[in-house]
Design a protein around this ligand. Structure first.
Ligand SMILES: [Zn+2]
Length: 121
């Protein structure tokens, strides 16, 4: 990264881990603090949070449905009326649970790419 001397405006290249530390201008010898580089949010980070919310909602709905399915199946196995909602709940629960893997997986991939991008700067 580059550090700019506040006195003579001479730009010198310093190692990245010098951020926030005291440096000395090579040209005029003025001691100054090397600014810490600001890290703004990467474009993928908003998408990651959206994916986590979507994945979380799917997983939550999945658990509710599976819970309802098992409760219905356990308490009213003899009643024909209870079998239909139980099967529907079971189906929704399993499919939502499987679908939630997708946003979570995508979020993990984007985060891995972001971590990689951050290390390069
Ligand atoms: Zn200087």
């Amino acid at each position: 990264m580059d550090a700019k001397c506040p006195k003579c405006n001479n730009v010198s290249s310093v190692p990245d881990n010098w951020q926030g530390k005291q440096g000395k201008c090579k040209k005029c010898g003025t001691a100054f603090q090397i600014p810490a580089k600001k890290q703004g949010p990467l474009p993928g980070e908003t998408i990651v949070s959206v994916f986590y919310v979507v994945g979380g909602l799917l997983l939550f709905t999945s658990f509710i449905c599976l819970f309802l399915a098992f409760v219905t199946l356990a308490t009213e196995t003899t009643s024909n009326g209870a079998v239909v909602p139980a099967t529907t709940c079971l189906f929704i629960g399993i499919s939502f649970g499987l679908t939630s893997v997708l946003p979570f997986g995508l979020a993990a991939i984007i985060q891995a790419i972001n971590a990689n991008t951050r290390q390069k700067h």
